[in-house]
Write a protein that binds this ligand. Structure first.
Ligand SMILES: Cc1cc2nc3c(=O)[nH]c(=O)nc-3n(C[C@H](O)[C@H](O)[C@H](O)COP(=O)(O)O)c2cc1C
Length: 122
């Protein structure tokens, strides 16, 4: 299951573009989509594969999706700002996070921040 897509919410946005119609993607979507992801992980249980999407711009935000319950991650808008080298940077950064946290693999981080993101208001 892919969680989630864009949002129609403009909550917290001060930009003049906030009045534009359509789905909002990228950095402003990160917290909201990650809070939805954690709720979906709780409801679906541990077996269903979840792809975490929304506002991933770095290895740290990719890792946070995994901590909130994602098995896999997807990004789109980050590439518009950072270019096609971003996925490789994220993968290298995830390797560094695995080493820093002293875990056997990135999967070991899954759900470690589930409670925090579940409690984050949508
Ligand atoms: C220009 C653009 C086109 C998109 N087209 C689709 C689409 O055809 N189907 C779809 O499911 N999601 C589409 N999305 C949503 C993305 O797949 C993704 O869910 C969303 O952008 C949030 O991720 P991001 O913050 O990494 O961009 C599109 C997003 C953008 C910005």
């Amino acid at each position: 299951m892919i969680v989630s897509n864009t949002t129609l919410s403009r909550h917290g946005l001060a930009s003049s573009h906030a009045v534009e119609a359509g789905g909002l993607s990228g950095r402003p979507l990160f917290a909201r989509s990650t809070a939805v992801l954690a709720r979906m992980r709780r409801r679906l249980g541990p077996e269903v594969v979840i792809v975490g999407v929304g506002g991933i711009t770095s290895a740290e935000t990719a890792a946070e999706k995994i901590r909130a319950g994602a098995d896999l991650v997807q990004l789109y808008t980050g590439m518009i700002y950072d270019g096609p080298a971003l996925p490789a940077r994220v993968v290298r950064g995830l390797s560094a996070i695995v080493q820093r946290e002293g875990v056997a693999s990135i999967g070991a981080l899954r759900d470690t921040a589930l409670a925090k993101w579940e409690a984050t208001p949508i």
